[in-house]
Design a protein around this ligand. Structure first.
Ligand code: GYE
Length: 325
């Protein structure tokens, strides 16, 4: 009898009889998404990764494979190849820099795996190597900053002295933001580029290069604007400037991109003059793109999100408290 009960119980378990409908999709129905992230160099990047992780969950029908390349493009190429071998359904790639992607994207295409680019772009001859791109217009962001400088210094007859701290060389965010500033410099005779430094989008590197630069600067040299290509560079620059006695918001106007919560706080305090928004919450848009491909549609090739800009004039505590990142 005992044996019989055991057998019946086993059969019930095996056939799933008596079970309520599973809440989660069956393992084999999950859409497998391989994500190759640049790294964790900035607050923006961390928020971007969180956004992906909150969307690509099993309860939402996904299995996510997440690889952090630690700011090394070669690691991303290896990750993409691994995803191809694992026969994932989609590859989501946040490319470190624009060049060097042709062969690995070709391999993904040969394997029939759609690649969705997030945040930055790739510079490839054949744009059918990726299915879609979701991100920001970095040149437009740079234009906002340049327009702000033009307005702020429109009455200045003498030089406007600018220190430019660049992001990771060759990345779309660097190219677009740098491109806009360089155009501004060319268009205004009195804009004087004091230095162009590589901050690699990190606080630590910017602090280091900025300290070194300020140490070599003649004491009488004025700095009007420090154009930082992201928030974390601004944090490092402010630290270095204040250490050398500069008053940010009075002697020097610090500009940054991203506008994450910590930058907005500094903006409200007046230490950051302008924070141009760059929205990292791209997970839901990537999800929409995948869902439309699943339904047999061709997704929009480029999806740029609308963004704003902040100064102490339009910022409120409410905006800061409501900031998700
Ligand atoms: O501005 C910066 C990051 O590509 C938009 O990369 C991204 C940039 C962002 O590390 O903080």
């Amino acid at each position: 009898m005992k044996r019989l009960i055991c057998l019946v119980l086993t059969l019930i378990l095996l056939t799933g009889c008596g079970k309520t409908a599973p809440e989660q999709p069956e393992e084999e129905n999950l859409i497998v998404v391989g994500i190759s992230q640049v790294g964790a160099e900035s607050d923006w990047r961390v928020a971007n990764s969180e956004s992906m992780k909150s969307v690509f969950t099993e309860s939402r029908g996904y299995r996510m494979l997440f690889e952090d390349a630690r700011q090394i493009q070669e690691n991303q190429i290896i990750a993409v190849r691994r995803f191809i071998q694992q026969r994932v359904d989609y590859i989501v790639l946040m490319p470190l820099s624009e060049t060097g992607w042709d062969s690995v994207l070709q391999e993904a295409r040969d394997a029939g795996i759609p690649v969705i680019l997030v945040d930055r772009m790739v510079d490839v001859e054949d744009d059918s190597l990726y299915a879609a791109h979701v991100g920001s217009d970095f040149y437009a962001q740079g234009r906002k900053a340049v327009t702000w400088i033009e307005r702020e210094y429109c009455m200045r007859a003498g030089a406007v002295n600018i220190v430019h701290i660049q992001g990771t060389p060759g990345s779309t965010a660097q190219l677009g933001r740098t491109g806009a500033l360089e155009e501004g410099l060319a268009a205004h005779e009195n804009w004087n580029l004091l230095a162009q430094l590589d901050g690699d989008f990190t606080q630590a590197k910017t602090y280091e290069v900025m300290c070194r630069y300020l140490d070599e600067l003649p004491p009488e040299q004025e700095i009007d604007v420090v154009y930082c290509e992201n928030d974390n560079e601004a944090f490092g620059a402010i630290e270095a400037l204040e250490k050398r006695g500069y008053r940010c918001g009075r002697d020097v106007n610090v500009i940054c991109f991203d506008a994450t919560r910590n930058a907005l706080k500094l903006c409200m305090e007046g230490k950051i003059a302008l924070a141009v928004e760059c929205n990292p919450l791209l997970g839901p848009l990537v999800d929409d793109t995948i869902q439309s491909i699943e339904k047999g549609f061709t997704p929009q090739k480029h999806h740029y999100i609308e963004e704003q800009q902040f100064t102490s004039r339009n910022l409120t505590q409410e905006i800061i408290d409501g900031r998700e990142y």
